[in-house]
Design a protein around this ligand. Structure first.
Ligand SMILES: C[S@@+](CC[C@H](N)C(=O)[O-])C[C@H]1O[C@@H](n2cnc3c(N)ncnc32)[C@H](O)[C@@H]1O
Ligand code: SF4
Ligand code: SF4
Length: 369
């Protein structure tokens, strides 16, 4: 049973609306959703999509300028991923094809997307395709680039920031906090100069920053910026897990404190159902709540830096197509994609609790309840 998140209903509509439907207007969304939600539920039952996705996440590069301790894009990661970027034209083809399939908002991610000199060109191309553009970034070089991104029509910045403590930030994300904070200030400048652009913080919860989180959200609230938490995932089992919190009581206490803050109006953008699963996730990462259904392979499409199409970000599910060789529409309705959808329904996957998929699925299930 999904409980009420305690966040004002319209706030939730905004978050989900922008990400999934590229839309803030709840009246427009209501009529859109009525048929869409039924179609997705029916699609899920038969492992075949009756409609296209509304959300796309494209990794525009595998390169990164940061050294996050938990990420396979880190400058310290070994072995290195393929660091050759796809061409501007190839990414534009991907953007065009997601738009043609019905996608409303496109999240440009990586690696670090700010490392691409052509990022403003990609954003304005996305705008030309009537897509809402979202940038997922570490923000380390945003202070040099926010004007050109704002002019290009960037709608939404999701800024990854794990701590307000310089030492802790460096330990977790392997980069300079000073530089990251300059990026936050640049994001706020962009928000203020180019409305309706919005800024939002995303934070990976580990054993190191856990105790800081209630303070963190309250400080970010002073800038009218909401925060969305994601639990650390120990993806690469070849490296020791130095990030999962082991003190279950401390996790429960912090999550309860965050929920209380949210109830009293603090801008925490997670759903309550998502937050409540944190303690169990850290104890038993592969056991998802019994009510949970993953809709990642229906409401979203995931394209990696080599233009492979994936059912979600999981390494446990195979690639279902490649946009250098095929059209996205063919891949989306292909039997190889549908085979993976069957596996997703049975949760024959790594069973993640990642923001970009679990939170979307929860919000989708909660929508209109
Ligand atoms: C891979 S990064 C790419 C975009 C950009 N470089 C950034 O850091 O925002 C996308 C998001 O995944 C998060 N992330 C990376 N590794 C993770 C892990 N092991 N567990 C949970 N989240 C992770 C990052 O913190 C970031 O918010
Ligand atoms: S900045 Fe983003 S892509 Fe780079 S290492 Fe950190 S989480 Fe990974
Ligand atoms: S639960 Fe996670 S790993 Fe499994 S299909 Fe959904 S997004 Fe992928």
């Amino acid at each position: 049973m999904i409980q009420d998140s305690g966040v004002a209903f319209l706030d939730r509509i905004d978050e989900l609306g922008i990400t999934l439907f590229g839309e803030r207007d709840d009246t427009a969304l209501e009529s859109l959703l009525r048929t869409y939600k039924t179609q997705i539920y029916r699609s899920y039952e038969q492992d075949f999509p009756l409609v296209g996705p509304t959300y796309a996440l494209i990794k525009v590069t595998n390169r990164c300028n940061s050294g996050c301790s938990y990420c396979n894009h880190s400058i310290y990661a070994k072995p290195q991923l393929n660091l050759a970027d796809a061409s501007t034209e190839s990414i534009k083809k991907a953007i065009r094809e997601v738009a043609e399939l019905g996608v409303r908002s496109v999240n440009l991610s990586g690696g670090e997307p700010l490392l691409r000199p052509d990022l403003p060109d990609l954003i304005s191309y996305a705008c030309g395709q009537r897509l809402v553009s979202i940038l997922l970034t570490n923000g380390l070089t945003l202070s040099e680039r926010w004007e050109e991104l704002g002019k290009a029509g960037l709608s939404y910045i999701i800024f990854s920031l794990d701590s307000l403590d310089a030492e802790q930030y460096r330990r977790q994300r392997g980069a300079s906090f000073k530089q990251a904070w300059k990026g936050v200030e640049a994001a706020l400048l962009l928000r203020d100069k180019y409305p309706p652009a919005a800024v939002h913080i995303t934070t990976v919860v580990t054993r190191h920053n856990l105790a800081e989180l209630p303070d963190f959200v309250q400080k970010m609230a002073l800038y009218a910026v909401s925060v969305q938490f994601s639990p650390y995932h120990h993806f690469d089992t070849r490296v020791p897990d130095s990030n999962t919190p082991r003190d279950s009581t401390a996790v429960r206490e912090t999550i309860n404190e965050l929920i209380s803050l949210q109830e009293s109006g603090c801008p925490i953008a997670n759903s309550r159902a998502y937050l409540e699963h944190f303690p169990s996730f850290f104890e038993q990462p592969q056991v998802l709540p019994s009510w949970y259904r993953c809709y990642a392979a229906y409401v979203g499409v995931f394209i990696d830096a080599e233009l492979n199409v994936r059912p979600c970000w999981s390494w446990s599910l195979p690639i279902v197509g490649n946009l250098e060789q095929d059209e996205l529409r063919n891949v989306w309705y292909s039997s190889s994609f549908n085979q993976q959808r069957t596996r997703v329904r049975k949760l024959e996957c790594s069973r993640c609790w990642l923001l970009c998929t679990a939170e979307l699925s929860i919000r989708f299930m909660e929508w209109g309840q």
